[in-house]
Design a binder for this molecule. Sequence first.
Ligand code: GTP
Ligand code: MG
Length: 582
Amino acid sequence: MAVPGVGLLTRLHLYAQRRTRVQRPVLRLLSCPGTVAEDLRRDEQPSGSKETGFEDKIPKKRFSEMQNERREQAQRTVLIHCPEKISEKKFLKYLSQHGSINNHFFYESFGLYAVVEFCQKESVRSLQNETHAPSKGMEVAIPFRSRFFNLKLKNQTSERSRVQMSNQLPPSSKKLFEVLCDAENIDDQLNTLLKEFQLTEENTKLRYLTCSLIEDIAAAYFPDCIVRPFGSSVNTFGKLGCDLDMFLDLNETRSLSTHKTSGNFLMEFQVKNVPSERIATQKILSVIGECLDNFSPGCVGVQKILNARCPLVRFSHQASGLQCDLTTNNRIALTSSELLYIYGALDSRVRALVFTVRCWARAHSLTSSIPGAWITNFSLTMMVIFFLQRRSPPILPTLDSLQTLADAEDKCIIESNNCTFVRDLNRIKPSENTETLELLLKEFFEYFGNFAFNKNSINIRQGREQNKPDSSPLYIQNPFETSLNISKNVNQSQLQKFVDLAQESTWILQQEHLDGPSISGNQPWGLVALLLPSGASRKSLGKKKSRKPANERIKVLLESIKSNRTENFTDTNGKRQISTQT
Ligand code: GTP
Ligand code: MG
């Protein structure tokens, strides 16, 4: 959504409110009630944290616990397409005939939707039993009983009130710039960016509900299957609008045959065999893809991408507005998500830094939603983790040290790859490093702006640079499939672009530092300067040094923002897309 440049005039006063470099506790800005960040704050505070001193008494949830709780919650939840005007009170009264409602929220995505979580699963069944398939004139409805409903009004005119909407979108560039310029210092800016972009509690619920609805479809073939979200939806690094990666877990179905033994007898299912795991995956996904396309309400644009390295079914879940990728036989990716979840929860600076680097990379087109030679968000996250392992004292432990902390329960071998690491967050000692986010960001750019990419690889398992085993421009060792490079796709020119921008960003942050707190002006500063296109921010900072009159600096700012506002934030469906482009 492009914002006309002239509209920016109305907010210039915000830039004029010069920040004071007051050091605030890192965690203060993360306390946004009802958000995932708040959950993390409550559930996953680093023990012994200096901020409040009480965090180490709070038990931190394991990834599997969190996933199971969310899944169970989603199974008691329904999705309802509502009329535009509706009385919330009457709506809830009507639904509570089926049982008590635990919580609910409304959101907009080409229409008004309600997500309603009942206290009991039985209530969902009761609602389904009282619902009928619509008759649609000449068309014939496929009588599929899902948990996605359509609410109609018998009397359209009687409902007048509008309900309060939960936001599912990231901030516009305009709003982002406003809040960032209004921050007190660079640390504050990083935390503000995190707060603005992180998945909200409602968005997380919607993601688990979407998986649960897809699970209902897949269960028609595989009754014991589980559709688990993975990737940035659950690894704590997801930005509002990120895709929803789903993993069709058939392990329960498969393992049944191995566990049912008694005496001398061993019972197995009669099954069909295929020559390889890959062919089995392709067959399963092909059938589920067909099913989604033909029977699942709200799933559109179903594409079966079965010849990819990791076969998948891609589709849009219209009602949630989520772009979904369904895979199976991809357990290592789920384990990677668990590892990132642990890293994200260990220290409050990790997420703020990762979000900032991801937004910075997106703003400079280093990453893209289209596959190609670009660096991926996953690779960027690995780079931040590696950098934090290299600090002195380290902010994050190496994967090898997480493996040493593992107990018997944590032992995990997937396709002969060792995926063992400690799952209990409470057993990992917090870092003693107290560096500020501003310093870490500057050092991150400096570190990678000067990294010997030509000879060294990045390895979070050992937390140290190693000789590259091949000539790929960027080599980031896959933490579990250790002979693989997760950034094999990145070409030399994309890597060079990354290095150049990292060097330029170091320079920008150094200027910020030199300016100190006393300078007043209306320029984009700190993070905003980093997120602007490189020419614009350099120009703007150049002006700052030479102290041009304020009106000229404002002009530069407007021009730089306007020139960068040309990108229209729409996707192929013409829908507003979630973008960090600034
Ligand atoms: P977004 O860009 O926000 O979607 O980040 P993401 O972390 O969800 O990345 P993506 O959707 O591309 O991939 C989903 C998950 O698959 C990642 O979080 C990783 O766990 C895993 N993954 C992605 N790329 C690779 C790769 O190259 N190698 C391996 N082993 N796993 C990968
Ligand atoms: Mg993803």
